[in-house]
Design a protein around this ligand. Structure first.
Ligand code: UTP
Length: 408
């Protein structure tokens, strides 16, 4: 991008202060800043005024899950359907690994974290090992698309190569980068990290499909005849991907999407719950779950909003294609954003000082005509690592791995 183009882009977005130190930068720094400006989507800032409006929810009603006893009754049939789809090459997997993992406080990409005790067991290794189980049983390789961000792309790619992809076939692994969004102060003015660097961060896990399209990865999906994409988070070390029973259940039900869910361990557990919103499938975040909804009962007398999504979704590619032109709602979230102050000092704030702008994969569920919430046993499939200690941590994940016979 030329200086003139960058100027125009920033002027239109009301962000000319980004060029304040331009004249004093070295040539490589100038180039870096212009690239940064080219890569950053400033349009998100215009949504700040509509923040309240964006957070409004429609009318929430219950959506029944397919529970474990019902799944077990049909397991053989579902698995047959699922394995058939896998063997025909109709199922691909998408690993969302572009996040910053700030809560974990680990400087490298989260997937590189070693949860081992007596030996090395990296998060990426655990996930790939679970996927390899299915590959071996199906006797068919499954494409694995890995989303990274500018902040962790090189390290992720190099790490997996150094470890020979933990036994996965390299030709079936495809990396793509998600886009970045700027972080701003409360008035919508973009923060600078350095004189030559905008304070930007990955634009949320909802960007995966458009990033696949922009990175020409969707061409691989189309050319290989992939009809279903199983999207999942990097941080759940018990995550089961391309699970044949789940795939088969979604196909058998004729749904355009499926979401793995677990029974909540308390009414106020901090997970997004499956529901209908204005009659369409949706997920209501725990902070939007009113007391009335939290205590509502279904006809069996059980909590009506009792199933939390664990960030493992199966989307029909045909249905996704119809969503590409639609905009996902933006989540404008208050965060602590490190920045450069007026005197050029780098400040790491103790308290939130502005907003990040993100889209979330959970909002894609609402764009689908139908969704099957599919219950899994949390003890076997849900060990998220968000923190070092305490809830959803390395500690709790290690205990759960132990319960599942995984040697660490
Ligand atoms: P989280 O919501 O836990 O975010 O991501 P995070 O950035 O990893 O962690 P914190 O909040 O900073 O501690 C859930 C999943 O979505 C991915 C993450 O890598 C993780 O697999 N993700 C998140 C992305 O791929 N891109 C993003 O921009 C954000």
């Amino acid at each position: 991008m030329t200086y003139q183009d960058a100027y125009k882009k920033l002027e239109a977005a009301g962000q000319l202060h980004v060029l304040k130190h331009y004249d004093s930068l070295s040539e490589p720094q100038k180039k870096g800043l212009l690239e940064d400006i080219a890569l950053t989507d400033f349009s998100v800032l215009s949504y700040l005024e509509k923040r309240e409006e964006l957070m409004k929810k429609g009318v929430i009603t219950p959506l029944a899950a397919m529970e474990i006893p019902e799944i077990e009754k049909s397991r053989a049939w579902f698995e047959e359907l699922g394995y058939r789809a896998i063997r025909q090459g109709h199922v691909g997997t998408v690993l969302l690994a572009g996040g910053m993992g700030t809560r974990l406080g680990y400087d490298e990409p989260k997937g590189m974290y070693d949860i081992g005790i007596t030996k090395s067991v990296y998060i990426f290794e655990r996930i790939i090992s679970n996927l390899l189980d299915v590959v071996q049983k199906a006797s068919a390789w499954i494409h694995l698309f890995i989303m990274t961000s500018d902040k962790n792309h090189e390290r992720t790619v190099a790490f997996l190569a150094e470890h020979d992809y933990f036994g996965y076939k390299p030709g079936y692994i495809h990396f793509f980068r998600q886009e970045m969004a700027p972080a701003s102060d409360y008035t919508g003015k973009v923060y600078m990290e350095r004189p030559d660097k905008i304070a930007n961060s990955p634009n949320g896990n909802g960007g995966w499909y458009s990033s696949m399209a922009n990175g020409r990865i969707l061409e691989i999906v189309k050319n290989r005849g992939i009809e279903w994409l199983n999207v999942f988070a990097v941080d759940n070390v018990l995550q089961r991907m391309a699970d044949p029973c789940f795939v088969g259940a979604v196909i058998a039900r004729g749904c355009s999407c499926g979401a793995k869910v677990v029974k909540k361990n308390a009414p106020d557990e901090k997970v997004g719950v499956m529901c209908l919103e204005d009659g369409r499938p949706s997920i209501v975040e725990y902070y939007d779950l009113t007391d009335e909804l939290m205590n509502a009962k279904n006809e069996k007398g059980e909590p009506a909003y009792n199933f939390g999504a664990i960030l493992n979704y199966l989307f029909q590619v045909k249905a996704l294609e119809q969503t590409i032109s639609k905009k996902l709602p933006l989540h404008i979230v208050e965060k602590k954003i490190p920045y450069m102050d007026e005197d050029g000092n780098y400040v790491k704030p103790e308290k939130p000082n502005g907003y990040k702008y993100e889209t979330l994969v959970l909002d894609m569920v609402h764009m689908m005509d139908s969704c099957l919430p599919y219950e899994v046993d949390r003890e076997h499939e849900f060990a998220p690592i968000k923190n070092m200690t305490g809830i959803d941590s390395v500690e709790t994940a290690r205990v759960l791995c132990g319960k599942n016979g995984i040697i660490l």
